[in-house]
Design a protein around this ligand. Structure first.
Ligand code: IDP
Ligand code: MG
Length: 153
């Protein structure tokens, strides 16, 4: 089963949208296998956003992500990376479809509420960066799964 890393960014936490955002992902059928409120430090932010180093928005992005607590989680499900990115919406909230998290709740790219891994390779790297192997509880049995998934392992 695929895993993905989600971060509810400081604006999502400050605006009291944690429940709404997690609820949307949870209702879609994705299973929470790790969840934590934490304050990211600069070194973690720089490692997480390493691919953007050198871009004009990089310094502002790091300042933004360390500006307050974030909620990090690992979600599991079939094609979880793609399902989560689709639920999140496009990077620029004004270009995100209504019904998506960014399209319903955001306006500006520098306050776009949430991060989701963009590939299974990024997901593996990010899950390890934020939770390590031992803090992900991927084994728990969710009794409703036979009504969400066609084949339950
Ligand atoms: P993504 O979060 O949709 O994967 P990326 O292109 O990976 O988007 O960019 C990472 C984050 O950097 C965005 O979510 C956003 O917070 C920020 N960002 C991207 N482009 C800009 C920009 O042009 N101005 C300000 N911030 C940006
Ligand atoms: Mg990205």
């Amino acid at each position: 089963m695929e895993q993905t890393l989600v971060i509810i960014k400081p604006d999502g936490v400050q605006r009291g949208l944690v429940g709404d955002i997690i609820g949307r992902l949870e209702r879609r059928g994705l299973k929470i296998v790790a969840l934590e409120l934490r304050q990211m430090d600069r070194s973690l932010a720089e490692r997480h956003y390493g691919e953007h180093q050198g871009k004009p928005f990089y310094a502002g992005l790091v300042d933004y992500i360390v500006s307050g607590p974030v909620v990090t989680m690992v979600l599991e499900g079939p094609r979880a990376v793609e399902a989560t990115r689709a639920t999140i919406g496009a990077t620029r909230p004004v270009e995100s479809a209504p019904g998506t998290i960014r399209g319903d709740l955001g306006l500006e790219v520098g306050r776009n509420l949430i991060h989701g891994s963009d590939s299974t390779e990024s997901a593996a790297r990010e899950v390890a960066l934020f939770f390590g192997g031992e803090r992900v509880h991927s084994g728990w049995r969710r009794d409703v799964d036979r009504w969400v998934l066609e084949i339950v392992s």
